[in-house]
Ligand binder design. Structure first.
Ligand code: PLP
Length: 341
């Protein structure tokens, strides 16, 4: 069925971003595909990166692992939240490996699947997930594929980066594992000291800019397009939208477009968002509604059924809307027709 809003998704840009990250790291790059591939569609992302040679994929939960379906040949999948008290049946039936995060999870895995490989997360300073370093003795007897840690501040020049690196080096030296992995997208930009054997980018694969070092190299992947429902003439002195926050100071033409905050175009774009008709920039008038936006169309001939491109350059959109690039990507809703090139 026809849908009045679509996400044009660029396979070539996705793969180019993955290759750039691997080259920058000097080691293989996996792909974080949790939250449905950061909103773009995990299944489609895994197929495309798998065909390009990516062999390591990461989701958060067993439900996400199951939703992914069959993996590309030779690829492995890791469930980052590990194996909780209600996950045993799903984990034993799944080809994915858990990333064990706590003494409880370690004990559970040893008992339920002795000899079966797992990954392990060591906390080196974030205090979110992972064993404390002094608990590493509990790992004896596990077959660890990859030992992970995760950086808390890789998108900033923060002293915790070097501290976490040093702690992870210590942990890696004393814990036998086939591979070691520390860096997310931003960590991959910090330098090859952070690469170890594998990097785990997410954001930058999908066109997000994790740090300035990646500017110019990371290409946008998603383009938002929405169709015009109605063209309007607004008279001087009249207002537009909820709250009447925009008042026209002269007669103007406007286009009302099929996208709103229910699609992840959040209220923070009110009065500051823009769209394009060809090369003409159209300013957003007033507030974002649930399903509709109103753009001024001065200088552009825009009518019912025309498609507008909604500006969504991630770093810029994050700054304008007051949300993070991660929130903007993962917020993209289910009403978009996701169309991969
Ligand atoms: C989400 C996640 C990543 C990817 O992070 P980005 O900042 O999106 O590159 C890497 N590692 C872990 C443990 C994660 O949870």
């Amino acid at each position: 069925m026809h849908r009045p809003l679509r996400l044009d998704l660029d396979s070539t840009a996705l793969v180019a971003n993955w290759r750039w990250l691997a080259e920058r790291a000097g080691v293989p790059a996996g792909a974080a595909v949790k939250a449905d591939g950061y909103g773009l569609g995990a299944r489609a992302v895994v197929e495309r990166l798998g065909a390009a040679g990516c062999r390591d994929f990461f989701v958060s939960t067993w439900w996400e692992a199951e939703q992914l379906g069959t993996l590309p040949d030779g690829a492995s999948l890791v469930v980052l939240h590990g194996i909780g008290p209600d996950d045993l049946a799903a984990a034993l039936a799944s080809p994915a490996r858990p990333c064990l995060n706590t003494p409880e999870q370690v004990a559970r895995w040893k008992q339920a699947a002795p000899g079966r490989p797992c990954d392990v997360m060591i906390d080196t300073g974030m205090n979110r997930l992972g064993l404390r370093q002094e608990e590493a003795g509990l790992l004896d007897g596990l077959i660890i594929d990859t030992l992970h840690s995760h950086l808390a501040c890789a998108d900033e020049d923060h002293p915790l980066n070097a501290a976490q690196l040093a702690r992870f080096r210590d942990a890696a030296a004393s814990t036998p594992a086939k591979r070691h992995a520390l860096a997310n997208s931003a960590g991959t930009c910090l330098g090859r000291d952070y690469s170890f054997d594998l990097v785990r980018p997410g954001l930058a694969l999908y066109g997000g800019l994790p740090r300035e070092e990646a500017a110019g190299a990371i290409r946008p992947v998603a383009r938002l397009q929405a169709q015009v429902v109605q063209r309007r003439s607004v008279r001087a002195g009249e207002s537009c939208g909820y709250g009447a926050t925009f008042v026209a100071d002269r007669d103007l033409k406007a286009a009302v477009v099929n996208i709103g905050y229910a699609d992840g175009y959040f209220r923070g774009f009110s009065s500051v968002g823009t769209a394009r008709a060809g090369d003409t920039v159209l300013p957003l008038l007033g507030r974002v509604s649930m399903d509709l936006l109103i753009f001024a169309t001065a200088g552009a001939d825009v009518g019912e059924g025309d498609w507008l491109t909604i500006d969504f350059d991630l770093p810029q959109a994050a700054e304008r809307s007051g949300m993070s690039q991660y929130e903007l990507l993962t917020g993209l809703g289910s009403r978009f027709d996701r169309r991969w090139s």
